[in-house]
Design a protein around this ligand. Structure first.
Ligand SMILES: Cc1cc2nc3c(=O)[nH]c(=O)nc-3n(C[C@H](O)[C@H](O)[C@H](O)COP(=O)(O)OP(=O)(O)OC[C@H]3O[C@@H](n4cnc5c(N)ncnc54)[C@H](O)[C@@H]3O)c2cc1C
Ligand code: SF4
Ligand code: SF4
Length: 505
């Protein structure tokens, strides 16, 4: 198999050693798998050749964007992971649309668009890391869904590779939200909109969930572009709370909110995005994503709170996120979801975790037609199949946000040199000598990590430990000596400049 994959992708785009296998065994959910190999395609043609090969040999294929999925959808079980991170070109921007490869990160795209006065207004809280391909495959929603809908509303056309190897151009929206089970998305044409001239926020705190619901309807009437909730229970759990009571963050696309300073608006918006990872770092690693009818908001929140389960989410869009530590809570939450008539899968997809709760009926005939041998993302979406292991990694919560800042990851675009990859290796005791050398100790990952995992320090400690154990390469030792002597791995002094200014990306 390795030679066949190298024949298609080239040696540098095939990973089969333990570091690749481990780094790609997870996504951001609590599910653990294990692939046989990882490939990094550069073109739809290569993906097509892979599908020919996989169908002939009945080897499962698992598409992957940034691995920020929260339902286990990107976790592989004994097959080939197709990591689209190296297909990350913005091909063209013209008028009201943009054409991109699937591995383009949403935040990178947004920066490029904003520079031209445009925006793709779908804003998942994972936008720093998640990719266009992953968001189309999940039909992701996010913080502005009340005004702008979900990814489906922004897709004009797709290029996809079908399991039989055909590459087709389509405007059929059945491929949106298909969770990697019927096609691999290799190109997307997306609608874009003019960027609003201003954004402002109002932050309100209320005591009861009845008041939360009242505020929700009040701000919907005011045409808010985003209404987000962080419950009092959460504010009491996390280290960096947004308030002390039930806190609602309302965004307007004009200057009508109380907070108009763009830096403060951005600071609070970014802070809101960290809630998921902050909760995970306190042990609340599991999450649900029901879409609750708006008039049932208070009832849902009261019932969930009565169970002692913290909850936050996209209040205006009705997608709420109960967070919990014990699998048994999943059943208790499902009962409340059923009681209030909510859709159990609001935005995170079915993956492996929601197979018992929801079906995507429209995918059933398409799966039968396109993938009769079930080679594409098997074990996902449809009932039956794999019962996943629960992950043991606790060094970090695997959210993947550090991918957006680590210069080594950005240069090499493989999970095995990302801070997240290294967190997995620390946890699993991997002693491979090469990847430890790559970290430049720039500390950029620490700046973005919502759970303050301090990966740079842990990597440095791990290097020290490996050297002490005699596991080293020449570079490893030289680098550690430089870190000790100069505070940076390059052995240079810099007058008036600390290592962070010098080496941060
Ligand atoms: C901190 C945090 C906050 C989040 N907030 C939100 C939110 O506000 N709203 C929201 O909707 N989600 C949210 N999510 C969930 C997640 O970010 C989204 O599901 C996102 O769309 C996944 O994108 P990705 O690039 O990471 O894809 P992955 O996680 O790698 O993959 C997701 C699914 O898409 C498939 N896939 C990926 N790329 C392709 C492709 N090119 N072709 C075919 N299939 C593909 C995979 O097989 C998998 O089933 C959040 C996650 C985290 C960790
Ligand atoms: S310290 Fe810098 S190079 Fe090292 S893992 Fe963190 S971001 Fe990457
Ligand atoms: S190191 Fe921090 S940012 Fe990176 S995956 Fe872990 S928790 Fe997320």
């Amino acid at each position: 198999m390795i030679d066949d994959l190298i024949g298609i992708f080239g040696r540098e785009n095939v990973g089969v050693d333990e570091k690749d296998i481990l780094a790609y065994s997870y996504d951001a959910s609590d599910v653990e798998g294990r692939p046989l190999a990882v490939v990094w395609p550069k073109s739809a043609k290569q993906v097509s050749r892979l599908m020919d090969y996989s169908v002939k040999n009945v080897i499962p294929v698992f598409p992957r964007g940034a691995g920020t999925n929260l339902s286990g959808g990107a976790v592989p079980f004994k097959g080939i992971v197709v990591d689209f991170s190296r297909m990350n070109n913005i091909i063209s921007i013209s008028g009201g649309s943009v054409v991109v490869e699937p591995g383009v990160v949403l935040e990178d795209l947004e920066k490029e668009l904003n520079g031209r006065g445009m925006t793709l207004p779908v804003l998942p809280a994972s936008d720093k890391a998640c990719t266009v391909g992953g968001c189309v495959a999940e039909d992701s929603a996010g913080m502005r869904a009340i005004k702008y809908g979900t990814m489906r509303d922004w897709v004009l056309g797709l290029e996809v590779v079908l399991p039989d190897g055909r590459i087709i151009e389509t405007s059929d929206l059945s491929f949106v939200g298909s969770e990697g089970v019927i096609c691999l998305i290799t190109k997307a044409t997306l609608k874009i909109a003019p960027k609003p001239e201003a954004r402002s926020l109002t932050v309100v705190e209320v005591g009861t969930f009845r008041e939360v619901q009242e505020k929700l309807f009040y701000y919907l009437d005011k045409k808010a572009s985003s209404i987000e909730l962080v419950s009092a229970r959460i504010n009491h759990i996390i280290k960096r709370p947004l308030g002390s009571r039930n806190t609602i963050v309302v965004e307007f696309e004009d200057a009508s909110g109380d907070i108009t300073d763009p830096r403060e608006v951005s600071r609070i918006t970014e802070h809101r995005k960290t809630i998921s990872s902050q909760l995970a770092s306190e042990g609340y690693v599991m999450v649900e994503d029901p879409r609750v009818p708006l008039e049932k908001t208070a009832e849902f929140l009261e019932e969930i709170d009565r169970l002692g389960i913290p909850c936050y989410g996209h209040l205006g869009y009705g997608v709420l996120h109960p967070r919990f530590m014990n699998v048994s809570d999943r059943r208790r939450i499902a009962d409340v979801v059923l009681k209030v008539g909510a859709n159990p899968v609001g935005e995170h997809g079915i993956g492996v975790l929601k197979k018992a709760l929801k079906t995507k009926d429209w995918l059933v005939p398409l799966k039968r037609e396109y993938d009769p041998k079930n080679v594409l993302n098997p074990g996902k979406v449809f009932p039956g199949g794999v019962v996943p292991d629960v992950q043991e990694v606790r060094t970090c919560v695997l959210c993947g946000m550090c991918r957006s800042r680590c210069p080594v990851f950005k240069a090499l675009l493989t999970e095995s040199v990302s801070p997240r990859g290294m967190a997995i290796f620390i946890e699993k005791g991997l002693k491979d000598t090469v990847f430890w050398e790559k970290c430049s100790q720039c500390r950029a990952c620490d700046g973005v990590c919502p759970m303050s995992a301090e990966l740079s320090r842990k990597i440095r400690d791990r290097r020290e430990q490996l050297i002490k154990e005699g596991v080293e390469t020449p570079g490893n030792r030289v680098m550690m000596e430089n870190v000790r002597k100069y505070g940076n791995p390059f052995g240079k002094t810099a007058e008036g400049k600390g290592p962070k200014e010098l080496y941060c990306c």
